[in-house]
Design a protein around this ligand. Sequence first.
Ligand code: 5GP
Ligand code: ZN
Length: 116
Amino acid sequence: MDADCIFCKIANRSIPAPLVFESPDVVAFQDINPQAPQHVLIIPREHYANVGELARSGQQALLGKILSAATEIATKLGLDASGYRLVTNTGKDGGQTVKHLHVHLLGGRPLGWPPG
Ligand code: 5GP
Ligand code: ZN
């Protein structure tokens, strides 16, 4: 738990946000500023700054749980046929603004490539 981290607060329910998925290790919620018709953030309950910090902590299995949650949510949102994108921005050049690891699930429209 990082006392200044907004996603820690969402995960521990001290900031209310409707959860679209909840498990012992992972929660997911709608992005406050959606970039697509469906835009969900999937996070570990525990605070890791980014995917590298999590992997270096020996928590690779948690990455699998996050990705499994993402695919389950995508299915629930009806995105399997149309497709979707999972992305985890890391650091300054990656465009990361919240320093608590999160995977974006984006779908519901064709997404451009390469990203800007
Ligand atoms: P990043 O830029 O770090 O990859 O993504 C951070 C995401 O978190 C952004 O898409 C932003 O809209 C979202 N976000 C930031 N603060 C909040 C918040 O308080 N609640 C929710 N639901 N999303 C947030
Ligand atoms: Zn955090």
